[in-house]
Design a protein around this ligand. Sequence first.
Ligand code: PEP
Length: 252
Amino acid sequence: MRKHIVAGNWKMNKNFSEADDLINQLVEKLESTDLGDTQLIICPPALYIELASDQSDESYFMVGAQDVSEHDNGAYTGEISADMLENMAIDYCIVGHSERRAYHHETDEQIARKVDQLLKHDLRPIVCCGEVLEEREANKQFEVVKRQIVDGLFHLTAEQFADIVIAYEPVWAIGTGKTATPEQAQEMHAYIRSLIAEKYGAEVADNTSILYGGSCKPSNAKELFANPDVDGGLIGGASLKADDFLAIAQSF
Ligand code: PEP
């Protein structure tokens, strides 16, 4: 059966001592926090991955990166390869976040190549999808998400797909304080699961964790996570405070 996952995307936040402080707070609080079967993941900026993965051995969270290069290695200034990430002893990597799609013009084809790189290096991709406000207002959300899933992921074999985590993040809800209603989240998550079932069969679809992202906080996590197809959350702003992040992780 699929896992409950709560992953924190720190984005470009925290200087070194603030990052160290947040990781220490998480480690300390996790000693007395029961997360049940929920897998906690933190995705700090790449510079702090080692800081986080050094602590993750002794405590209860896993570590992910926020992005990866679509290339193997070589003359790509500023980029980080999957090979390098694999050497940092991490487990997950976010790909196709809407901020990468918007500000770095990432296409579904590039996202597909990043997914391939990660799988080649035994890292689990957390693949983001989601429509912008104009697309929802034009009732195109299903069409957009289907294109992102099909073009970004459906070149994989069923065996490869077993390592994929999907995050549905309506772009109009990211960092805006506007959350999708539990009904909107459930409707899209069930739709994504039906696409996976059609392509790979019911067992693969049932085993795929589909996370919700977009202004998820302690006050709304319970009603979002209560939906049968919502398997957890990808959390931005609220992952920057240990208490809020852990309260969300305890919302199942
Ligand atoms: C995100 O960026 O993945 C996200 C969900 O952000 P926030 O929780 O701040 O809306």
